[in-house]
Design a protein around this ligand. Structure first.
Ligand SMILES: CCCCCCCCCCCCCC(=O)SCCNC(=O)CCNC(=O)[C@H](O)C(C)(C)COP(=O)(O)OP(=O)(O)OC[C@H]1O[C@@H](n2cnc3c(N)ncnc32)[C@H](O)[C@@H]1OP(=O)(O)O
Length: 197
């Protein structure tokens, strides 16, 4: 199997323009749900991934690999790394586009081992939009923003209605997400919370 990339995005797209009320570059994004394995404070063995808005259509995320994240002794589990990219890419879509969306497809390319104790710096970008389909990609740099690329990923997120989460997940999902989002806005000193983006 070769590493030669297929064209990306795989279909003609429009530019994915961030929402006018998207947080500005430099904004530290809070957790979107306290129990989320990717970013939540209450997920003890989780990734505790943290994200900051970058310039243009970019979000920078980082997380440190712990012993709870091992596959082989001393090395991060590949599926767990894919999880980190799902979170980082989802954060870029959710925060920049301000549209509810779920991962339809996620492809990862593991280029270097990621040891326990190392920090992965993930740069996620919006690549384009075609109807409900949002194409995104990311590179994960080892131990520094300009460190060697250890993992790359590409994903398709599909825009859904808010009811997706309460119908298929927790019936209280919308209230929980709204409450957390309000908390994040308050922490950032922003006031204009609205449930409809
Ligand atoms: C401001 C607030 C901030 C919030 C921050 C949030 C941070 C969040 C961070 C957390 C991040 C974690 C995030 C998570 O972990 S999300 C959790 C993991 N993902 C899921 O659970 C999703 C499960 N799947 C579904 O619910 C449905 O299948 C969806 C909704 C995806 C589509 O079912 P739906 O019936 O609605 O639509 P459709 O089937 O007509 O498809 C629509 C279009 O999409 C195309 N398509 C679909 N799938 C694929 C595929 N695999 N490859 C290629 N294409 C695919 C399809 O061909 C069609 O294209 P077209 O025919 O229109 O051209």
């Amino acid at each position: 199997m070769s590493r030669v990339s297929q064209p990306w995005p795989p279909v003609p797209v429009e530019p994915a323009v961030p929402h006018p009320k998207a947080p500005s570059p430099g904004t530290e994004l809070g957790v979107h749900f306290a129990e989320c394995f990717g970013c939540g404070d209450e997920a003890d063995a989780g990734l505790h991934l943290r994200s900051t808005v970058g310039e243009g259509q970019v979000v920078h995320s980082r997380f440190t690999v712990t012993a709870a994240h091992q596959g082989a002794p001393g090395l991060a589990h590949g599926g767990l790394l894919a999880c980190a990219f799902d979170e980082a890419l989802g954060s870029a879509v959710g925060n920049l586009m301000r549209r509810p969306a779920v991962t339809g497809k996620l492809e990862t390319d593991f280029r270097r081992p990621v040891p326990v104790g190392s920090t992965l710096f993930i740069e996620a970008r919006l690549d384009g939009i075609a109807g409900r389909k949002i194409y995104v990609s990311a590179d994960g740099h080892l131990d520094a923003e300009d460190g060697p690329v250890a993992v790359s990923a590409r994903a398709l997120f599909v825009v859904v209605g808010f009811e997706h989460f309460s119908t298929h997940g927790d019936p209280q999902a919308l209230e929980k997400l709204a409450e957390q989002h309000k908390k994040n806005l308050q922490q950032r000193g922003e006031r204009d919370w609205e449930i409809n983006p």
